[in-house]
Design a binder for this molecule. Sequence first.
Ligand code: NAP
Length: 285
Amino acid sequence: MPKNVLILSNDKPESKDIKTRLVKYLKNTAVLVNNLEVDPDIIVSIGGDGTLLSTFHQFKSHINTARFIGIHTGHLGFYADWQGYEVQELAAAIVDANGESISYPLLEIDMELTDGTRHKELALNEFSIRSVSGTMVSEIYIKDHFFETFRGDGICVATPTGSTGLNKSLGGAVIHPRLDAIQLTEIASINNRVFRSLGSPMIIPRDEWFELKPQVYSNNKNMIVSIDNMAFSDKIISCVKLKVANERIHFASFKHTHFWDRVKNSFIGLSDNEANHKNPDNYLK
Ligand code: NAP
């Protein structure tokens, strides 16, 4: 069976140009390109992390079998292993690809809305709920046991690869994605003599889960729910269960940036010496 590769890009001229070149390099090979009739084996996302998040949500029904590849034309490109100038090398790697991958945990979100409906979602980065105006009050349960009542602006629950996104800005820890865990961080909690929540990020393993039961007010249109790069103001949640998903996302591993290299490149930057003499074997895998 020939491989089927889907190539998606954002609207930036640079991304579109890379897409055109990748299609050209894959022409006259055994690889099918952008054939929507056949399940994709490889999904290439050209853009920034936002583009990759959109691509993930568009094709998440294929995550068990498809391998994702990010080509960086965004601002940060945390998830992208490839640069635009490497497109010919990437085309050759796709032709030779044997399905090898590296996989990362995802977050399962099971929401019960006030209208009685239930919605299951997956997140690659995080779920967050926050008040638009006024204090958000929410009971937090861990593994069905009441833990605390949170008061503040909101709550974020992130995956390990999402731990460098919103979670990090909230003071959460950066988690290596080999750990099958999720992390809850508070957004501006109220902590005083009267109201108290833990105040620290909490990290739980695969066999535990968080349950949030936000207090719902009669005029409740005051909460925003975000899942990765999507935001909803029409989802009034009465209860949401958050756990490590059974599904995982698979990235093609024929070129893969080590996690701590990825973190360092994104947040610290390489010294000139490291950039010139980078030896991947010296880094933590
Ligand atoms: P955006 O406002 O365009 O993206 C915010 C920045 O976060 C971009 O620079 C993006 O990289 C980067 N980013 C996304 N996922 C990341 C990750 N896992 N690790 C490190 N950086 C990451 O919003 P967007 O494109 O719709 O993306 C939504 C994501 O942005 C959310 O899932 C959230 O994690 C993150 N975010 C962070 C904050 C914050 O830190 N205060 C606020 C809002 C959203 P690119 O430039 O490559 O796209």
